[in-house]
Design a protein around this ligand. Structure first.
Ligand code: BG6
Length: 515
């Protein structure tokens, strides 16, 4: 944005017109060719909760190109029953209302074929749908299937000649250790190029995750202090209140480390830690993320706490002697010029005290000698910059200020931002919505590469080979008692000593002369 006063607020008529044109440019999205989306596992949990409501939302927001959806799964159902399932899912899990007209337009593009029909019938159904879309049509295969089935689906796609002009979205886990990840990547690369593969990590699709990049690189304020000279330690903390629910079959083989840490938490760590990319584009960002993973030191089992919530082994589908961890906290370090000596503490678990997804940057404390002992300097811990990865994309900067009145008594205060208080709050795309569109556009920026995954498994090897015993923790707590020792003399930010400010859900227009 050019012109305007120092806050970029256009002042003259010409500047206002230019501002409007720039606003339009910023929102223009790349046009896409027609797409046939083939969903494998189309009646499964993820499809119902996220993929199908997400596609409806993209369609309503006019972000879908011309498209059709071919669902496939083991259910022996026809088109009409499939549409009913989709309708119910969009009603139950969709975040937005939809009209009869929207539904009619959306659902007429949905068809279904059971897996039992076989590869030839699938190929014929795909060809038929592609004919309806025209010769420009591309294919997007969404593999919403258990990891054990992914390789079979990929082989089947190759046998049925369905890999040409196609992109494939894969769900985690991308292997269970280095060897299995390499094997999976070899299988994929035998029939698909890396360019065609989109390994989804929905945490990177969260608006707030991308805001980390904006905040770090679009401001002169933060980047100069974003290093070991000014930052003491960093926490990435994702406690969940949910238990394992009906997912025991998946979770028993996965556990918290593979389900959350090697995937979501590490991807977020890369955004927090990476060097400025040469451009805000897929290749430069992917390169910088990979450098972060290459600097990551191998995990030390003695710096990892594994926990299991009491009652986990009574959950349906869980082995009575299960040692699967439902909680993990660990310390990791990056051996590079920016971060050497700065610990990164990662924690996540099921059935914990609160659900949250925060990144907390603790700044080094200044010398405190000049303040009198009663001033409370340092009493409430260091200054923090805190990101909340929730939809409201909150950011808070906390600092010491003087309590009004006589003497010098300090208190912690904070400056907070929330998307909820802007006019954009209804514009946010849910992570899957954003990522499905990015995959159609061929944009790998927010996806994980084969190289990244293999490096992460390499770093994890010492822990996987020699995991510490799981310690029990009561549901509703913050994990096993040992977690305090892991981070001492610092402490976990959660539960917060001070609450986030609640924001009114009314539009707040910035006055033209705001500071
Ligand atoms: C999934 C994990 O990838 O992420 C789940 O498999 C976890 O176990 C979920 O609950 C958390 O995602 P979100 O977006 O709800 O924080």
């Amino acid at each position: 944005m050019t012109g305007g006063n120092h806050d970029g607020v256009p002042t003259t008529h010409r500047e206002k017109l230019q501002h409007q044109a720039e606003e339009m440019d910023a929102r223009v999205v790349q046009p896409l060719p027609p797409y046939l989306i083939v969903i494998f596992g189309a009646t499964g949990d993820l499809a119902k909760r996220k993929l199908l409501p997400g596609m409806l939302r993209l369609f309503q927001s006019e972000l879908m190109p011309e498209f059709r959806v071919l669902g496939t799964s083991i259910e022996e159902i026809g088109n009409e029953e499939f549409r009913e399932i989709v309708h119910e899912a969009c009603g139950e899990f969709g975040r937005h209302e939809f009209s009869e007209e929207d539904w009619a337009e959306f659902s007429r593009r949905m068809v279904y074929i059971p897996v039992s029909a076989g590869p030839e019938a699938l190929k014929a159904a795909v060809d038929h749908e592609v004919d309806l879309l025209g010769s420009e049509a591309h294919l997007l295969h969404y593999l919403s299937v258990p990891p054990s089935a992914a390789a079979d689906v990929v082989h089947m796609l190759a046998d049925a000649h369905l890999t040409e002009n196609a992109r494939v979205i894969m769900e985690k886990p991308f292997g269970t250790d280095l060897k299995s990840a390499q094997k999976l990547n070899d299988t994929l690369h035998a029939v698909l190029s890396e360019e065609q593969i989109f390994r989804i990590d929905h945490f990177l699709g969260k608006e707030a995750a991308q805001n980390i990049l904006a905040l770090r690189f679009a401001n002169g304020l933060f980047e100069p202090i974003w290093n070991r000279d000014h930052i003491d330690h960093i926490q990435i903390d994702v406690p969940e209140t949910l238990g394992v629910g009906s997912r025991a079959a998946f979770y028993e083989k996965t556990g918290a480390f593979r389900d959350m840490v090697i995937t979501h938490l590490m991807q977020i760590l890369a955004f927090v830690a990476m060097e400025p990319p040469t451009a805000l584009a897929s290749l430069p960002i992917t390169e910088e993320k990979n450098k972060v993973f290459r600097s990551l030191l191998p995990l030390k089992p003695e710096e990892v706490v594994r926990g299991q919530y009491e009652g986990y082994t009574d959950e349906p589908g869980v082995a009575p002697s299960s040692s699967t961890e439902t909680f993990v906290a660990l310390k990791c370090e990056l051996d590079n010029w920016r971060w050497s000596g700065v610990p990164f503490y990662l924690r996540t678990g099921k059935r914990m005290g609160e659900g949250a997804r925060i990144i907390s940057i603790a700044f080094r404390e200044p010398p405190q000698a000049m303040f009198p002992a009663h001033s409370r300097i340092g009493r409430y811990g260091p200054d923090h910059l805190t990101f909340d990865l929730d939809e409201s994309s909150r950011v808070s900067l906390s600092f010491y200020g003087k309590r009004p009145g006589m003497g010098m008594v300090l208190e912690k205060a904070s400056m907070q931002f929330s998307l909820e208080e802007t006019d954009y709050r209804d514009d946010t795309l849910e992570a899957y919505e954003r990522l499905i569109r990015d995959a159609m556009a061929g944009d790998h920026t927010l996806f994980t590469s084969a190289r990244d995954m293999e490096r992460l498994w390499e770093v994890a090897a010492p822990l996987l080979e020699d995991p510490p015993a799981v310690k029990p923790y009561p549901p509703g707590s913050w994990g096993p008692t040992k977690i305090g020792g892991l981070i001492a003399p610092d402490s976990w930010r959660l539960p917060f000593a001070r609450r986030w400010r609640e924001h009114p859900k009314v539009p707040v227009a910035a006055p033209a002369d705001s500071v």
